[in-house]
Unconditional design. Sequence first.
Length: 163
Amino acid sequence: MTYRVCFVCTGNICRSPMAESVFRARVTEAGLDDRVEAGSAGTGGWHEGDGADPRTVRVLAEHGYDSDHTARRFQASWFARLDLVIALDSGHLKALRRLAPTAEDARKVRLLRAYDPAAGDDLDVPDPYYGGLDGFEECLEMVEAASEGLLAAVRDEVEGTAA
C-alpha cells in the first residue's frame, strides 16, 4: 500500500512545490520511496501548467533538491486517494477543509509547520512570491525544519506504529 501526501499552497509555484521536493528527498533518504508518494497543488488554478517560480527552482537547486514541477489545482475528488493533505498556511487549511467532501477527509488536512516543534504558535509559511530571494530561502528553512517531523509521522503510519 502506498501512502500519499499532497502539499498545497495558493498557486502551486512557490511553497508547495518546494515542500514536495524537500519531502521527496527525505522520503528517499529514509528508504521509503517505494511506499510513500508526494505531490503538490494549489488552491487556485492561476498557474496551472506552469513550472515552479524561477526563484523556487534556484533555491532548491542551490540546496541540492530536484525541482521538476508542473503546477495544478487541487480537486476535491483527490481526497479519496490521499492519506494526508498538507497546507502551507492557515488560509489554505480553511479552504481545503471546506472543500473536503466528508469530515474524515477534512481531518486529513494539516499545517506543515505543525510538524516542527520549534515553530511555536506561528504555523504559517509566509508566501515569498511578492518578495525577494531571501523570502524563498526563509521558506526553504521552514519547510526543511518541518519535513523531519512530517517524515517521522508518515513513517509511523507506513510502518503501522502510529498510536
